[in-house]
Design a protein around this ligand. Structure first.
Ligand SMILES: Nc1ncnc2c1ncn2[C@@H]1O[C@H](COP(=O)(O)OP(=O)(O)O)[C@@H](O)[C@H]1O
Ligand SMILES: [Mg+2]
Length: 284
């Protein structure tokens, strides 16, 4: 562990006798994944508290998406363990295992257009998801409730993805994920493609949903402003490794690792000097 790794700002969480963290909804331990020579994920460990929000930040190529894909079961790990909701972890294969994982962990991607069928209306998307996970509970009232939860109405319900704005499509993707009633929502650059004003609306919506439902977020972003808005704790990844971890407020106010400082310095602001940043990056 690098010496910059810090404890989260919260009080220690009670451990159960097996060494498990009973307050955790997700425990990731020693995750590794290589693609040929590239160590995309290199000994990554973190814990997400029940109803908590953990940010993963780092530049493009630092291993954030690969970590997320392993957590949701879309990618295998070479080593390490993912434990969801105090479950047993370990190898789980096949359709039943995938459904079981999907029920606990849902993912929202950067571009909802790619994950929505262009010929399926919003209403039908939600109906299909409910039918798959809760047979018999795909009734219109539940669909209306989900739409309401993400700030969409009857007009959007009958629309096709291409008839919606980027922000509305992302709301649909969030509603579809919530339909499954997961304990964890993994958001991978989920607001990165949106205009700043729409981004703020979606971030507020996500904060409200967390308050209402107690769902936990694993929030992946390259944007430190976003992390500040919606996470309690944060880990900073670089070249597949966690270089810093702690409470979001603590890490942003007092970054210990030079890479975290560089990320913070890279945020454009008055007096900002891109040449200085580029030189610091080369020196790192
Ligand atoms: N399927 C893949 N095949 C080969 N290399 C991959 C694959 N997925 C990711 N990588 C590589 O792993 C590294 C981490 O990628 P990724 O997890 O997408 O990072 P991030 O999401 O932080 O941008 C990058 O060098 C990327 O090129
Ligand atoms: Mg990515």
């Amino acid at each position: 562990m690098p010496d910059t790794l810090r404890e989260a700002g919260d009080a220690p969480r009670p451990d159960t006798p097996g060494g498990r963290d009973s307050a955790a909804v997700l425990e990731v331990d020693g995750l590794c994944r290589a693609f040929g020579e590239v160590k995309a994920v290199d000994d990554v460990s973190f814990t997400l508290a029940r109803g908590g929000s953990l940010g993963i930040v780092g530049e493009s190529g630092s291993g954030k998406t690969t970590t997320a894909r392993i957590v949701v079961g879309l990618e295998r790990a070479d080593a390490g363990r993912v434990r969801v909701g105090g479950g047993s972890g370990g190898p789980q294969r096949g359709r039943a295992a995938r459904l079981a994982r999907a029920r606990e962990v849902q993912m929202v991607f950067q571009d909802p257009f790619l994950s929505l069928d262009p010929r399926t209306t919003v209403e039908a998307v939600l109906r299909e998801t409910l039918r798959l996970h809760f047979p018999g509970r795909d009734h219109p009232a539940r669909i209306a409730e989900l739409l309401d939860q993400v700030g969409l109405g009857a007009r959007e319900a009958s629309a096709l993805p291409r008839q919606l704005s980027g922000g509305q499509r992302q709301r649909v993707a969030i509603a579809r994920a919530l339909a499954v009633e997961p304990r964890i929502l993994v958001l991978d650059e989920a607001v990165a493609a949106l205009d700043v004003s729409v981004q703020a609306q979606i971030l507020n919506l996500l904060a409200d949903i967390r308050k209402q439902t107690g769902i936990a977020y694993l929030f992946i972003t390259h944007d430190l402003g976003v992390v500040r808005c919606v996470t309690d704790d944060v880990i900073v990844m670089r070249h597949g490794r966690v270089v810093e971890a702690g409470s979001t407020a603590g890490v942003l106010a007092d970054p210990r690792h030079p890479y975290t400082r560089l990320l913070l310095d890279s945020v454009p602001r008055p007096g900002w000097d891109p040449k200085h940043i580029a030189a610091a990056r080369r020196a790192l």
